[in-house]
Structures are given as C-alpha cells and as structure tokens.
Write a protein that binds this ligand. Structure first.
Ligand code: NAP
Length: 325
C-alpha cells in the first residue's frame, strides 16, 4: 500500500507519499480503505521526532480517518464490508489502509463526505471529554475557549453552547474572531486585546467556570486569574510553552482545579467508551446539522507537506483534510 513516510530531520521534515509494507488486521478489527485523513498539531510534532507514537501504535502519521470497510475480522458482528465509517486512531491514518478495532468505529451519515468524517474524531472527542468530563461544564456556566477558531476550538464552542453554557473564545485575527462570533461565541482578539481584561468585562467581573486551554505556560497566570470560584482549568496543549507563573493563593482562595489531559495516551478501552458515548450523545446532532464539523481546506495526500505548513503557520479555521484518491 501507499503511505506517508517522513524523511529529513527535526528542523526540516519531508513527507513523501510512497510504497510501504501492507498491513494486516486482527479478529476484532476491520480493515478500512482510507479516503480522507486530517492534519493534527500532534502530527507536526511527530514528524519532528518530538511526539513518538504510543507503544504498539503504527509509526505512520495520522490520528483519524474516514473511509470504507474492506474486510472485517471474524469476531466483528456490527460492521460489514462497504460500510462508510470514521475513527480515532493511535496512528496510521496517512495511509491507503488502516486496521481499526471495531469498537472505535463511528458510522458516517449517508449524506456526509469522507472529508467531513475525517474532521470529527480527534478534535470533537477532545472538546467533548475536556469540556464535560474533565471540566464538568454545566448549563448556565461560562466556558473560555482559547484558540477558538482551531479544530478543537470550533468544536468546543458548538458543544458548550449546545449544552446551555455561554462560550467566550480567543483567537489571533479579525477573520478568526468573526468566525467564532458566527458560531455564537463572544470573541476576543488576543493579539489586540488583553483576554483577561476582556473576559472580566464580559462576565461582569465574575470570571469563567471552565477554561479549555491549548496554550499552557504563557497563559497560566491570566487563566488562573480569569477563573471564578470553583473554576476548572483544563490544559490540553503547550502552544505557549510548558512553564508559567502560578499564584497558589488564587488556586487555594478560589478553590480551583487545574487538570492536564491527553487523548492519545488513554488506554484503548477508555477510547472505545468515549467513542460509544460520543456516538450516542453527539453524533446524532452532527448528523442532523445541529452541530457541524468545520473544514477549512482539503489537500491531496501527496501534498501532506504543504498541508502541514498551512497548519504550522496558523492559517486554518477548523480542520485541514488530506484526501486520498
Ligand atoms: N490533549 C489532547 O488530547 C489534545 C487533542 C487534540 C488537540 N490538542 C491540542 O489542542 C490544540 C488545538 O488543536 P487543533 O488541532 O484544534 O489546532 P489547530 O486547528 O492547528 O489550531 C491551533 C491554533 O492555535 C493558535 N495558536 C498557535 N500558537 C499559539 C500561541 N502561542 N498562543 C495562542 N494561540 C496560539 C493559532 O490560532 P490563532 O491564529 O488564533 O492564534 C492556531 O491556528 C493544539 O495545541 C493541539 O496539540 C490536544
């Protein structure tokens, strides 16, 4: 089969679509013909040697895909060859074929493209588990969503609003701010405004209940200051570095919780449980259009390198898709 192989080095990874060894599948897995996959920040780090795949996972890039089942293992009962599916993967999505445990599959709505399917698993699961499991966001509360126009951010804004919460988003350009507003968030351009000042103004000085934060160190002090009593800070990334200043007086006095959360490192059984809950609670709303995956651009998989550049330079609103022939 063909897949993306990474050549070059840390500073200059080169992604090449070429022949690689074919793959096999186990009795409780299906073999999927991949038609679309998507670029995640983790792929950029992995291509630079900074984010090795978890033990047992494929070393091919790609944390999600959509495609058609080609064959099913003998223990698989609910899925058949020809079914259109998408799934979260621990790796291996940038390839013509991938083996997926049956418990990880989501059925694609009939009127969806493969690009729409590939835009869902990684960022929608991330937004879902971190807002509601880790962040315990409830109706009537307010969530601050940093990188609001990102893949995760555009999903999180929609999920927070759908749950009856208010969403305040930050983004780095007027175009991205306008898009967050279109989705229904109160939006702040963090490059021209201080998000802490704006969040306090927008909440009558109260602050927010939950922060979904992919930025980390450079936002830590202001995130903690922006939380109201019993607030929850859920960190999912380190775009702004790993180190920051923490005022423990505020953590103690406001009885805050600070949580770090990763999806990829979770055990398979936990990911299957998330998939089942997502299929029951969120997928029907995506299927009927109450929620929508946001796709910015699609590139042919042969242009994966250009797609990585596009994401690295923060040009996307929502997801960047790689389409296979
Ligand atoms: N923990 C997990 O399980 C998990 C899972 C999935 C994703 N993530 C993380 O969540 C984040 C979002 O993922 P994604 O795929 O949705 O990303 P994405 O679509 O690539 O968007 C990321 C956006 O973050 C903003 N950004 C970049 N550097 C920044 C900085 N230093 N300070 C503030 N904003 C910055 C940029 O938007 P602006 O133009 O608005 O600055 C950029 O477009 C990434 O950090 C990713 O690694 C974590």
């Amino acid at each position: 089969m063909k897949a993306i192989t990474v050549y070059g080095d840390k500073n200059d990874p080169r992604l090449v679509w070429e022949d690689v060894a074919d793959i096999d599948f186990k009795d409780d897995e299906v073999l999927v013909e991949v038609r679309a996959t998507a670029v995640n920040r983790a792929d950029l780090s992995q291509a630079r040697g900074n984010y090795p795949p978890p033990p047992g996972a494929s070393d091919i890039l790609g944390l999600e895909m959509a495609g058609t089942i080609r064959a099913a293992g003998v223990n698989v009962v609910d899925w058949r060859p020809g079914d259109r599916v998408c799934a979260l993967l621990p790796g291996g999505g940038y390839a013509e074929r991938v083996a997926v445990p049956a418990g990880m599959l989501l059925r694609l709505p009939d009127d969806w493209t493969f690009a729409q399917g590939a835009a869902v698993p990684e960022v929608w699961y991330t937004a879902y588990i971190n807002l509601f499991d880790e962040g315990q966001l409830k109706a009537g509360e307010t969530a601050l969503i940093h990188a609001g126009a990102s893949g995760v951010g555009t999903a999180a804004i929609q999920l927070a609003l759908d749950a009856g919460a208010r969403a305040i988003a930050t983004a780095g350009s007027e175009k991205k701010v306008a898009f967050c507003r279109e989705l229904g968030a109160t939006a702040i351009n963090y490059k021209t405004q201080d998000f802490l000042v704006e969040v306090m103004a927008a909440t009558g000085g109260q602050g927010v209940d939950v922060i979904l934060d992919p930025v980390g160190g450079s936002y830590l002090a202001r995130n903690v200051a922006a939380l109201r009593r019993f607030g929850r800070l859920v960190n999912i990334g380190l775009l702004g570095g790993a180190k920051g200043e923490l005022n423990m007086g505020q953590v103690l006095g406001k009885r805050l919780r600070i949580v770090g959360s990763t999806l990829r490192a979770r055990p398979a059984a936990e990911k299957i449980a998330i998939t089942h809950r997502f299929a029951a609670e969120v997928m029907p709303k995506l299927a009927d259009g109450r929620l929508r995956p946001i796709v910015d651009t699609s590139f042919p998989i042969e242009q994966a390198q250009a797609a990585h550049e596009y994401v690295l330079t923060n040009r996307n609103i929502g997801k960047v898709i790689l389409e296979l022939p």
